[in-house]
Design a binder for this molecule. Structure first.
Ligand code: SAH
Length: 235
């Protein structure tokens, strides 16, 4: 059985045509992309590297990494976002970029130890068994490879900001985009990362100011956050 929730995939397929509109429901992803791209590139120096982006959606991060010279494979299980990603890459003439519909676990079996960098952003909180995705990502990475995960914390502040604020007050995201129970505490993600045999290198918070409508990176992981990990050289 595939580790995917058909309702979650349908939500992203229904909105896929808006993926590259920076003023649409995907505005937050467009806004955070330069921040996460720079952070990933600073740590993992992606130019010329083999990169897989798990849960790539319409390709905002995947395409931006390819533009920096990485060889990128984007994978997702929602068909329309993948088609949008493919079309956008073609129209923009971005090379070194490929998209496939395949589950993380299946790709890990097929291409174990093949990737210098694995990114899995804003995806784990949409999956029935996120620990299984973390294990699959670990398996895809080469020894010494980098892994980057991002998700949303589970606490009253995250509920207020990520659901009440973003979906109901500011209407940044459609209602029902996120389910509070699926949010992930940093300690939970840290445990899955450790159990997958990875070393945690760095946490970063992504903060948002609703007045200035700006995001920035910080040490505050109380709502949106990212973690950088490495697969040990001798596993
Ligand atoms: N990672 C992208 C898109 C985030 S939106 C970015 O940060 O820009 C979440 C994505 O996860 C959607 O494209 C959705 O289709 C995908 N997704 C949800 N469940 C999935 C699963 N089980 N396997 C692969 N992708 C999944």
């Amino acid at each position: 059985m595939t580790n995917a929730d058909p309702l979650e995939l349908a939500k992203f397929s229904d909105l896929a045509h808006k993926w590259w509109d920076p003023e649409s429901e995907f505005r937050p992803l467009h806004q955070i992309n330069p921040l996460r791209l720079d952070w990933i590139d600073q740590l993992a120096a992606i130019k010329g590297k083999q990169v897989v982006d798990v849960g790539c959606g319409g390709g905002i991060l995947a395409e931006s990494m390819a533009r920096r010279g990485a060889h990128v494979l984007g994978v997702d299980l929602a068909d329309k976002p993948l088609k949008v990603a493919q079309l956008h890459a073609m129209e923009a003439g971005v090379a070194n970029l490929e998209y496939r519909s395949i589950a993380a676990e299946a790709l890990a079996d097929e291409q174990a130890g093949q990737f210098d960098v694995v990114t899995c952003m804003e995806m784990l909180e949409h999956v029935p068994d996120p620990a299984s995705v973390v294990r699959a990502c670990a398996k895809m990475a080469k020894p010494g490879g980098w892994l980057f995960f991002s998700t949303i914390n589970r606490n009253p502040k995250a509920y207020l900001f990520a659901i009440v604020g973003a979906e109901y007050m500011l209407k940044l995201l459609p209602k029902g985009t996120h389910e509070f129970a699926r949010f992930i505490r940093p300690a939970e993600l840290a445990r899955w990362v450790r159990e997958a045999g990875l070393d945690t290198v760095q946490y970063k918070g992504l903060e948002y100011n609703p007045i200035t409508r700006q995001y920035w990176l910080s040490g505050d992981t109380s709502v949106n956050y990212m973690v950088a990990c490495r697969k040990p050289l001798a596993a």
